[in-house]
Design a protein around this ligand. Structure first.
Ligand code: ZN
Length: 504
């Protein structure tokens, strides 16, 4: 007999429907899986067999063929176990087909008959259109965030079979996902003094401009970077769902944490690999750190210590806001719209930003800055130099302005940008410059001087203009960009001169 059970597999963050067809026939006992299974799916035979026997359910001593349709796409992971087990019970006429009518199944089986969570549950249930979707009990809260009461929890195969037969009630779902905020981000009021750095952070958040912080150890680079997510606007409903899908697919979700509200903040270590950073490594093309930071902040501390290949892998997603992964029979577009914050010492000894303090030789300094490719440095709209905070500020100065006040201004500027038809000022297209960021004569003259003396490139020119738009917006100036806006934008990228030799 043939059973057909709806399930799904995940590629990147996208769920794809899979029909699990199980055929049981007479003939030599055997078990074959066809339809592009990966290693984990092929091993499902052993898990399903052990789980059924542990649950006192029969394993047919007959010929079993499992076909995973459509055959053209690769099926990954252990999430098809439950559908295979249910299909086997139906095909072997242990479970009446009517009991599973209109029901999809996702979940991994333990040898003891337990039903275990799998990565990507949010995308998996979304890909199944059936009236009911049975999900692992441990992932039910996550599933219910997108599927509501359609998601039915199962903790064990035995309990599931009893519920499907109507001999037991469905287990109570765990409390529905509440909207719990992540622990609140550290507050900007802890940052005393640092006027330029605070301004740079506000401009970065308001316009969506990538920012590079250059300064000696102890100058507060990390302290500032970790406060950037706290001044970004809360996630929109669409962004929250997208962040949920990504974190679920990467397997880093806290099951009952609810829909995320705050933009994520990710800070991968400089020893990270390019696959861990941009994703696509596992059989199901798992999202990497850039995608986990989607709609939030990606912080790369010790930027100069990252491998060159890792930093190179970052350039395409920064440009296109998406990572396109293509493998044989599997493809995924991983979301990657991040606000990038880099931090680095100005030189190997760390003191290079302070006149007369640096102990490095010219060769050491050159080798250090050469690790950063010019194309990557070009991605930073803002690059500022930090100094260690003033002792007076640390001991006696007033606390800095709180994140909430800054965040309100940031949100207002983002609204202004949306009113212009762009997501933020960093995404103003070139052909809209004359409309959205026109230059007053003085501002044009200032930029022309910088282009002529070679301290500004064509690409830099566009970035300065977008940043100047944000500065003018923050100052409440809706008209053409004035020279003071452009001068501040130039000033907020002045640290590039420490890092980019004049020849570049
Ligand atoms: Zn030095």
């Amino acid at each position: 007999m043939l059973a057909r059970i709806p399930s799904a597999t995940v590629h990147g963050v996208d769920g794809r429907p899979v029909s699990v067809e199980v055929h049981v026939s007479s003939g030599l006992p055997g078990f074959t899986v066809v339809g592009l299974p990966d290693a984990a799916v092929r091993e499902s035979r052993d898990r399903v067999r052990a789980a059924l026997l542990s649950s006192h359910l029969p394993w047919p001593a007959r010929r079993v063929t499992v076909n995973l349709a459509p055959s053209g796409i690769r099926k990954s992971g252990a999430g098809l176990d439950l559908a295979i087990a249910v299909g086997l019970l139906v095909a072997a006429e242990v479970l009446p087909a009517a009991c599973v009518e209109g029901t999809g199944f996702v979940g991994e089986l333990g040898l003891d008959g337990s039903v275990r969570p799998v990565p990507g549950i949010v995308s998996l249930v979304a890909a199944i259109t059936e009236a009911r979707v049975v999900v692992p009990g441990g992932a039910a809260a996550e599933a219910r965030l997108v599927a509501g009461a359609r998601a039915r929890p199962a903790w064990t195969v035995a309990g599931l079979v009893a519920a499907l037969r109507g001999r037991a009630s469905w287990p109570d779902p765990p409390p529905a996902g509440r909207r719990i905020d992540v622990p609140s981000a550290p507050d900007l009021c802890d940052v005393r003094g640092q006027r330029v750095a605070r301004r740079a952070l506000e401009v970065a958040a308001a316009g969506g401009h990538h920012v590079l912080l250059v300064g000696p150890p102890g100058s507060g680079k990390t302290m500032l970077a970790t406060r950037l997510a706290g001044i970004l606007p809360p996630l929109s409903a669409d962004e929250a769902l997208e962040v949920l899908r990504i974190h679920s697919a990467a397997g880093v979700m806290v099951a009952d944490a609810g829909l995320p509200q705050r933009p994520p903040f990710r800070a991968p270590h400089h020893g990270t690999t390019d696959v861990a950073l941009v994703g696509g490594g596992s059989p199901w093309l798992r999202p990497g750190e850039v995608s986990l930071a989607h709609a939030g902040v990606l912080f790369l501390d010790e930027l100069g210590e990252f491998a060159a290949s890792v930093l190179d892998a970052l350039r395409q997603p920064l440009e296109e806001h998406v990572i396109r992964v293509r493998r044989a029979r599997a493809a995924a577009d991983l979301p990657a719209r991040v606000l990038l914050v880099g931090a680095m010492n100005p030189c190997p000894c760390g003191e290079g930003a302070l006149p007369g303090m640096c102990r490095c030789t010219d060769v050491m300094r050159q080798r250090y800055v050469r690790r950063l490719s010019a194309p990557l440095l070009d991605r930073f709209d803002l690059a500022i130099t930090l100094e260690r905070p003033d002792v007076d500020d640390l001991l006696g100065g007033p606390p800095g302005e709180a994140s909430a006040a800054v965040a309100a201004r940031v949100a207002a500027i983002r609204d202004v940008a949306r009113g212009r038809g762009v997501r933020n000022n960093a995404e103003i297209p070139l052909d809209a410059f004359e409309d959205l960021a026109p230059l007053a004569p003085d501002a044009a003259a200032l930029l022309e001087r910088r282009l002529r003396d070679g301290t500004l490139s064509a690409r830099g020119l566009h970035r300065v203009r977008r940043v100047a738009r944000t500065i003018a917006d923050l100052d409440g100036d809706a008209g053409p960009l004035e020279d003071r806006h452009v001068a501040e934008a130039l000033n907020l990228r002045a640290a590039r001169t420490l890092l980019v030799p004049a020849s570049r």
